[in-house]
Design a protein around this ligand. Sequence first.
Ligand SMILES: *Cc1c(COP(=O)(O)O)cnc(C)c1O
Length: 406
Amino acid sequence: MEHFASAREMTLSERPDEPVYCFRPKVLEADARHFMSEFPGKTAYAVKTNGEPFVLEALSRIGISCFDVASPAEFAAVRAVSPKAELLYMHPVKAQSDIRLALEHYRIRVMAVDHEDEVAKILRIVRALDIDPATITLFVRLQTKGHAAYELSKKFGAAPAHAVELLQRIDGIGFRCGLCFHVGSQIEEPDTYERALGSAAWVRSRAGVELVGLDVGGGFPAVYGQDPRRKVVKMPSLDEIMAQLRHDIDDWGFSDLPLVAEPGRVVVAHSISLVVRVLLKKGRRLYINDGIWASLSDSWTGKITLPARLIPDPARKRRTGKDETIVPFKVCGATCDSVDILSRPFWLPETVETGDWIEIGHIGAYSLSLRTRFNGFYPNRVVEVDTSFDEETGLLGLASLETMSD
Ligand SMILES: *Cc1c(COP(=O)(O)O)cnc(C)c1O
């Protein structure tokens, strides 16, 4: 991978016309290590957040050897960089052929379920392959409530009483039992985990079966920016959330169980920024070479404000206005449709001009993984840089990524 001291240096020497991802392996390593030191159990990185080989390699280099996966492509991506990695197949609704591939070829022995028909599907394949059910752990996925930027609880999960039945059924067959939940991505209420743990404790006591693990999923929030015009929703720091989580795990009587967490966003968000170019400035509108169909699709959540920094083109000598005056610009993406307009503005110096670059920070999560080839645009250039986004110099504005419908 090409290497530069900073994103600014890359921009000024390359003058890129296509979007460029600036990857900071040191930031990724530090954030992953930080999470592992705060969580009192096993850290299984959620591959869907960013499954690029360079991310998986960096994580396995620092000792992450367990991954939350959901599809054959994700099994293969992990094993390609880490042949001995443990895979947790935590998708509650799986194709039969994928279950077979997981059990037979990838030797996956941990899966999630939230319905008895899924248990039956797995059992049929386990019998056909002559595998002892006692070597397999099925985690029952519990429904949870709470607010997150991405709601996931509505799609998957068994209600508590149903989870009790499922655990008893799984135990009766001879599988090993676990309980898991996933509260959604980027939680917005600090007590979200507490509520889920309370529900898990109720299910555990009712079911009366032996549990071999509790998986608290992902959802741990990354720190982004703050739109100056919006109400500040103050979230506790990761350290505070983790201290609370450890306390709640104790309180709800789970400290005797092996624990797993599946962080994605909080591990990878800060490790990548994106340098985009202003293709055209039309009054207070900026047309850029990326958008919601590519790296900025996390904007669908309408909840995330990314930090942004202007990198002015030194070749442009004449500008109007003052660098110190930060104003909102409407941002139009690269594709030829009007969905690709971010309804929330980018706050930038009024001097921004056609040909300038904008470095958008903290886009490592759900950006590269959600790119489409719509209209023929597919940003795919990655370089490595040393400085963290926050260490780089320059005028700081905010890219507030929310879509028209918000
Ligand atoms: C997406 C997902 C995660 C990762 O969530 P983050 O909010 O990115 O940490 C973890 N577990 C499951 C089951 C998921 O679907």
